[in-house]
Design a protein around this ligand. Structure first.
Ligand code: SAM
Length: 289
């Protein structure tokens, strides 16, 4: 029997032993390729004294590779049926701990304080359940956790949207929201064949490297994000139309236009052509209205 968890035979054997059936509703597509797992871990640039936080360990395939490369691993798993399996598969790695919790409900900051050393180099590394990718990633970024970054396997289209540059077809509110907090790069595209069961969509590994300071200085973050959301509410509409339908009233159109012109932003441009800096400038100028 192979020592690695993530081989087709060992995975099959473990699942059979426990009579495990996959829950589609929990995004359960397990990795069965050790090379891909190692590539994911490589992207995280972990050192021996680093720590890793994993979301959704499944039967422990990625957890095992993380545990081999760093000092401490803490993984959040929502599915109680996986706990006895993880107890067996992770037995050789006592520095890997599984917390039975929905990561969206977890107090991650307290978990970090309890499990890692102050100032320890920390990365979130995961093969995410695709149905909750955006809330998980935005939650991690908004919480301003003491982590260096995030490396995740997600749906290819979502990775492309998050890492998109202004003026490209994938650029939108999600790109700006994520890139406000982090530098985003799509590291590799991964075929469906390395999962069991195979997902319906293509996958990619996304890396988010947290910035020391947000990408632009805004006076009111809440208003900045409202502006972004309104600007992309209907992609084909001009900025002025989106803003006067979704953030301001039609009666305020002239005033909004005047501010746009003051900022050297043509009101007939579309949101997808504005850079992060332009959105920052606009947010700081429009919030006075
Ligand atoms: C795509 S699988 C990845 C499994 C494993 N890491 C691998 O790569 O083979 C996603 C995992 O996330 C778990 N999961 C789903 N929703 C979750 C949530 N809200 N909080 C924590 N874990 C969750 C699933 O039960 C499953 O184990």
């Amino acid at each position: 029997m192979s020592k690695e968890i993530a081989t087709p035979n060992r995975t099959k054997e473990i699942l059979k032993k426990y009579g495990f059936s996959f829950k589609k509703s929990l995004g359960q597509n397990f990795l069965i390729d050790t090379n891909v797992l190692n590539n994911i871990v490589d992207c995280a640039d972990l050192q021996q004294d680093s720590g890793a936080i994993e979301i959704g360990p499944g039967i422990g395939a990625l957890t095992e590779q993380l545990a081999k490369r760093c000092e401490r691993v803490v993984a959040f798993e929502i599915d109680q049926r996986l706990l006895p399996i993880l107890k067996e598969t992770l037995a050789p790695y006592p520095h890997a701990t599984v917390i039975h919790s929905d990561v969206l409900e977890a107090d991650i900051n307290s978990v970090i304080i309890e499990n890692f050393n102050e100032g320890q180099d920390l990365m979130v590394v995961a093969n995410l359940p695709y149905y909750v990718t955006t809330p998980i990633l935005m939650g991690l970024l908004e919480k301003k956790l003491p982590i260096r970054g995030i490396v995740v396997m997600i749906q290819k289209e979502v990775a492309e949207r998050i890492s998109a540059k202004p003026g490209t077809k994938n650029y939108g509110s999600l790109s700006i929201a994520a890139q406000y907090y982090a530098k985003a790069t799509t590291e590799m595209i991964v075929p469906k064949t390395v999962f069991v069961p195979q997902p319906n969509v293509d996958s990619a590994v996304l890396k988010l490297t947290l910035r020391d300071e947000p990408a632009v200085k805004v006076d009111d973050e809440e208003f900045f994000f409202k502006l972004i959301k309104a600007s992309f509410a209907q992609r084909r509409k001009t900025l002025i139309n989106n803003l006067t339908h979704n953030l301001f009233t039609k009666a305020e159109k002239e005033a909004v236009e005047a501010v746009l012109n003051q900022c050297n932003i043509d009101p007939t441009r579309r949101g997808e052509t504005l850079s992060m800096e332009e959105f920052g400038l606009l947010a700081n100028s429009l919030q006075e209205l």
